[in-house]
Design a protein around this ligand. Structure first.
Ligand SMILES: CC(C)(COP(=O)(O)OP(=O)(O)OC[C@H]1O[C@@H](n2cnc3c(N)ncnc32)[C@H](O)[C@@H]1OP(=O)(O)O)[C@@H](O)C(=O)NCCC(=O)NCCS
Length: 224
């Protein structure tokens, strides 16, 4: 009886596995997202924390001597259908110069955003960064045309960016060099942020201006 049950269990289990393997989505999840992406990132030199989740391959640029660190439980969405808003491109993490660093805090989620560091970009814990947001600590090119003629990118100005815990960076916003976004602050969709954002405020527009404040009770409950 027990042996028959075991045989049935094995058959049922096998049928279940075969059924799951026939679904391209399950296969992608098992093979690509849970295995190939984290292994591939580690092979590229990215430090990956425990319990990170990936949906598709992020695009990584890591200069020699640069550092990209993902804390525990970071979520990186990179497939177009991995966010109901749709992603314009995979998540991009680019540490361009030796000594530059991108640090993503535990529990932070990023959907198809572009994070580029020539100095450093530091993102806190449980931050959300929306589809197509750009967090760029560099102008990429020098402003003086003569210098650009000599070299298109060398000498571009850069300054560190900090996005503090539990901030929410809206879709298609641009966070420019030197900006600090305070804890629990909200950046509206398509905002262009050129100056520091006070913790717990809501900013929007181009250039971004304060348009509100996160309700005190909810901010108090969420910000640790
Ligand atoms: C920023 C946001 C969260 C604010 O929501 P809210 O607190 O309900 O703000 P309100 O709708 O009350 O707007 C307050 C003011 O800011 C303005 N405003 C709000 N969002 C704006 C935006 N993205 N750009 C420009 N102005 C904006 C409003 O016009 C309004 O101005 P007024 O006081 O002169 O009338 C919201 O508008 C937003 O941008 N949501 C997008 C979220 C997103 O990108 N999610 C990521 C998906 S992946």
């Amino acid at each position: 009886m027990i042996r028959a049950l075991r045989r049935w269990d094995r058959k049922a289990l096998l049928a279940l596995v075969l059924k799951a393997m026939r679904s391209p989505r399950t296969l992608t999840f098992l093979l690509v997202d849970s295995f190939l992406v984290p292994v591939g990132l580690r092979l590229r030199g990215v430090r990956v924390g425990r319990g990170c989740r990936f949906c598709g391959f992020p695009l990584i640029t890591l200069a020699p001597g640069a550092r990209i660190t993902l804390g525990d439980g970071v979520v990186l969405n990179s497939r177009p259908d991995s966010n109901p808003a749709g992603l314009p491109h995979p998540t991009i993490l680019a540490a361009l110069t030796p000594g530059s660093a991108i640090t993503i805090g535990s529990g932070t989620g990023i959907s198809g955003a572009s994070i580029v560091a020539s100095s450093s970009v530091t993102v806190g814990r449980r931050v959300l960064i929306g589809a197509g947001a750009c967090v760029w600590d560099t102008d990429f090119h020098p402003l003086d045309p003569e210098r650009r003629r000599v070299h298109a990118t060398r000498g571009a100005t850069s300054a560190a960016i900090h996005i503090d815990d539990e901030a929410f960076v809206g879709a298609r916003s641009i966070i420019l060099k030197g900006v600090t976004i305070g804890a629990g602050a909200v950046v509206g969709g398509a905002a262009v942020v050129t100056k520091d954002v006070v913790p717990g405020t809501i900013v929007a527009g181009n250039p971004a201006r304060v348009v509100g404040a996160v309700a005190a009770d909810s901010a108090g409950a969420r910000i640790s």
